[in-house]
Design a protein around this ligand. Structure first.
Ligand SMILES: Nc1ncnc2c1ncn2[C@@H]1O[C@H](COP(=O)(O)OP(=O)(O)OP(=O)(O)O)[C@@H](O)[C@H]1O
Ligand SMILES: [Mg+2]
Length: 313
């Protein structure tokens, strides 16, 4: 069984206006709403690959209900903790030409100590050996930075496996609790290390630093350059074919889904890396934060190149 955890889900609302003019009333020509939240994205990408997961989250109010309905419509099972404040809405206002935009992100609802305790009780109820839990994204106000660290501790004690995809202080603390797999991108890894990563060699060193924490699998995603997947035994650089990326936002979540899918299928690590990159790249090629279909991912999979890391050629 796979569980995804989205502490701070979001409804993305995009308004298209003729032009962005300040201090004047304007009318929206087009309104688009997309359910967001990184763990929810992972559940959607898994669904597209034909794999079920249970999406867990803190949700609140009518916005939370809308997000839950969106998941149910896709056939995704949920286990949601209701909070008293409203789930956030992030707004993008973009001009019709697509040249300028304003993006306003909300912090998210305040989550109380009691609501956090309910979540942990729910996890303790459901956690079983061998399951995968994907812990994804930022934390809403009220949720302490050690949230993922505590969650990993609980899940490890039950024999469940964890995939961590977050940033900043929550990442730092969670790494000390030793997740099974960590999926930083380059800026997240650099922030954790405290210095920039400017070359493949420096990325290789960053991977070593994560492995030294005792983490079984490190997946350092490199945008258009693909993925470095490493364990103590093996190091793989999986590169996508040359494609046109339309919207790489959320590609990392699709990558996590591809890795999870292949790990559940118990495929060898080079194949795990290829599926991850194929799923990530399929998402990057699409408009909006959407995921590729199974057949799109499969055809990319066949064209993912595997290399040694760092490149010695
Ligand atoms: N421009 C691109 N061209 C081809 N593939 C891409 C591109 N950008 C991203 N990808 C694919 O998506 C994967 C994840 O991308 P990236 O490293 O940007 O993740 P991320 O920064 O965590 O993204 P997010 O957090 O927005 O989901 C890459 O490993 C690659 O397979
Ligand atoms: Mg990411």
């Amino acid at each position: 069984m796979i569980f995804t955890v989205t502490p701070n889900p979001v409804l993305d609302r995009t308004l298209t206006v003729p032009a962005i003019v300040l201090n004047e009333m304007t009318r929206a020509q087009k309104i688009r709403e997309d359910g967001g939240g990184k763990g929810f994205n992972v559940s959607r990408a898994l669904r597209a690959l034909g794999m079920q997961s249970v999406a867990t989250a803190f949700i609140g109010g009518a916005t939370g209900e809308k997000l839950a309905l969106g998941l149910h419509t896709l056939g995704i099972e949920t286990d949601l903790i209701e909070v008293s404040e409203e789930t956030r809405t992030n707004i993008v206002i973009t001009d019709a030409a697509g040249e300028q935009y304003l993006k306003v992100n909300e912090a998210g609802p305040y989550v109380s100590g009691t609501e956090i305790a309910s979540f942990f009780a729910r996890v303790a109820d459901r956690a079983q050996a061998g399951d995968f839990w994907a812990l994804c994204g930022s934390l809403p106000p009220g949720v302490p930075d050690d949230f993922y660290a505590r969650l990993i501790g609980l899940l490890r004690a039950r024999g469940a496996r964890t995939i961590l995809d977050t940033s900043g202080e929550p990442l730092k603390q969670a790494l000390n609790a030793v997740p099974t797999l960590v999926k930083p991108n380059i800026p997240e890894a650099a922030a954790w290390l405290g210095h920039p990563i400017r070359s493949p060699d420096e990325a290789a060193v960053a991977v070593d630093n994560f492995l030294e924490m005792g983490i079984t699998l490190v997946a350092l995603s490199l945008g258009a350059e693909g993925l470095l997947l490493a364990s103590e035994e093996i190091r793989i650089w999986a590169q996508p074919p040359d494609v046109t990326a339309r919207n790489p936002v959320g590609a990392g979540d699709a990558l996590v889904a591809g890795l999870l899918w292949a790990l559940m299928e118990e495929l060898p690590l080079p194949d795990v890396a290829r599926w991850g990159v194929a799923a990530g790249t399929a998402a990057a090629m699409r408009e909006g934060v959407s995921v590729g279909s199974r057949s799109e991912v499969e055809s990319l999979y066949r064209n993912v190149a595997l290399r040694r890391w760092p490149s010695t050629t």
